[in-house]
Design a protein around this ligand. Structure first.
Ligand code: ARG
Length: 470
């Protein structure tokens, strides 16, 4: 008993110093600490501790009075941290030890009982899962805002046509809305992926202790219920070392970033003088320190560039997890560096993408004026021949020769006379002109979900209904 009283954390001596006999070397203090980046977990650490303490009191490992003291002091610490009044001392290594030390210094003996049956190993695993549940919801909300911005923009341009590209070569005409809705679709999958990540991570590791559980009669299911997890984890060794959810979360963020980088790349190209398809509002452009004419799409370039930051985090977490021996190893502390970096980066990119989509217009008249270039109606002409009974492969050859001829003559397909058409195929009649020209072609798409103006109105209504359900 006297021994316990000689080693209180409140006197600045950590309990393990009785074992090690020496304070930690100052270089090692700086090297080992995670407080500088894991302090953002404080709310989750406190919520987890209160649930653990409540369970301990149910199990008679704490008195009701001790539980109340612990809970009140933890709530007070939480306020101190949120108000910036908490002194973070890196010698406590991490947020778990910093909060425990503050608790003991506030309430003494009762505070020393909080860590009963618990290790920082199951504690940090719990904190990260709690943090990530909220983080996923936040990112999903940002995804939804971006989807809504795309739908709003698409609504303005359902009737306007633009070229769709494959291999960056003009392919077929589409409604501008179809192009914009392609991002809504990608983001929908991104959100589902995160939902799945949340589903898989929503298990309570608390009570796994350092690696093997505890000889104390802890009620893991009660803590699980208090923290809103769907179940407990069922292997304590795996529980303290599992960071699959971090790798998955970062991967999901990477894929969002890949999608945003596609948008960025498109719009950087679309805003060149050569394309001149869109105008991004001045507020989202920068200029040059030397060339006065410049309107540079730096925000989009950074969205594209930050994809590299995210992919780096993914490579980092996968490498950290590789070949670690079973159980907890301090390597795992690095999970937070990359998980937090990924979440901050993807949040910022989603916010910026949303603001840019909200502040960009398509120069639809300018786009429309250039639609006769590039033979966007060639495939529709081949399909016209199919409707007249020509085999598709033959039709493909006929139209290919026609296009080659038109290219030589500097003409569009719609400029070819009926007599000239007949030289290539005698099934071509006057009605051919109804299927030529980008507007006619886009209006003629008949397959489900094709990029025609009519179908875009349906799709926009579909998405709006989905948003209303959220
Ligand atoms: N700061 C540590 C981390 O983030 C907490 C767990 C430390 N556990 C230990 N046995 N040293 O992983």
């Amino acid at each position: 008993m006297a021994e316990t009283q000689k080693s209180p954390l409140r006197e600045g001596i950590r309990s393990w110093e009785h074992r090690l006999g020496k304070p930690t070397n100052s270089l090692a203090v700086d090297f080992v600490e995670s407080l500088s980046f894991d302090k953002r977990l404080y709310k989750y650490d406190i919520v987890g501790s209160i649930a653990h303490a409540e369970m301990l009191s149910e199990r008679k490992l704490l008195t009701k009075e001790e539980f109340k003291q612990i809970k009140d002091a933890l709530v007070e610490i939480s306020h101190q941290i949120s108000e910036g009044k908490f002194k973070f001392d890196k010698t406590y290594e991490d947020i778990h030890m910093a909060i425990e030390a503050a608790l003991i210094s506030k309430i003494g003996e009762a505070g020393k009982k909080l860590h009963t049956g618990r290790s920082r190993n199951d504690q940090v695993a719990t904190d990260m899962r709690l943090w990530m549940r909220d983080e996923i919801e936040l990112i999903q909300a940002k995804i939804a805002l971006l989807q809504k911005a795309f739908v709003k923009l698409a609504e303005k341009y359902t009737a306007n046509i633009m070229p769709a590209y494959t291999h960056m070569q003009r392919a077929q005409p589409i409604s501008i809305a179809a192009y914009l809705l392609s991002f809504v679709e990608q983001l929908h999958r991104d959100s589902l992926r995160l939902k799945n990540c949340r589903l898989l991570l929503n298990l309570s590791p608390l009570g796994s202790g350092a690696i093997a559980g505890s000889s104390l009669p802890l009620d893991r299911k009660q803590v699980c219920g208090l923290l809103g997890f769907s179940d407990i984890t069922y292997n304590t060794i795996d529980s303290v070392s599992d960071r699959d959810f971090c790798a998955e979360f970062i991967f999901d963020s990477c894929l969002i970033s890949a999608h945003l980088s596609k948008l960025a790349e498109d719009w950087i190209i679309f805003s060149t003088t050569e394309f001149d398809f869109i105008r991004i509002d001045d507020a989202f452009c920068t200029s040059s320190s030397m060339m006065p004419q410049k309107r540079n799409p730096d925000m989009l370039e950074l969205i594209r560039g930050k994809t590299g930051t995210l992919y780096g985090s993914l490579m980092a977490i996968l490498t950290i997890l590789k070949a670690q021996p079973s159980g907890y190893n301090r390597d795992l502390q690095e999970d937070k560096v990359h998980t937090f970096k990924a979440s901050d980066t993807i949040e910022a990119c989603l916010d910026m993408a949303c603001a840019i989509v909200d502040n960009t217009s398509f120069k639809h008249e300018k786009i429309s004026a250039g639609l006769d270039k590039g033979f966007l109606d060639a495939t529709a002409l081949a399909e016209y021949l199919v409707k007249k009974g020509v085999a598709f492969r033959t039709a493909h050859g006929i139209v290919g020769s026609l296009v080659a001829q038109c290219e030589k003559d500097g003409k569009a397909l719609a400029d070819v006379s009926i007599e000239q058409f007949k030289k290539f195929s005698n099934v071509i009649g006057e009605d051919v002109y109804q299927c030529l020209g980008s507007k006619n072609v886009a209006a003629s798409y008949a397959t489900a979900a094709a990029a025609s103006p009519g179908q875009m109105i349906e799709q926009i209504n579909y998405w709006k209904k989905q948003f209303a359900k959220q």
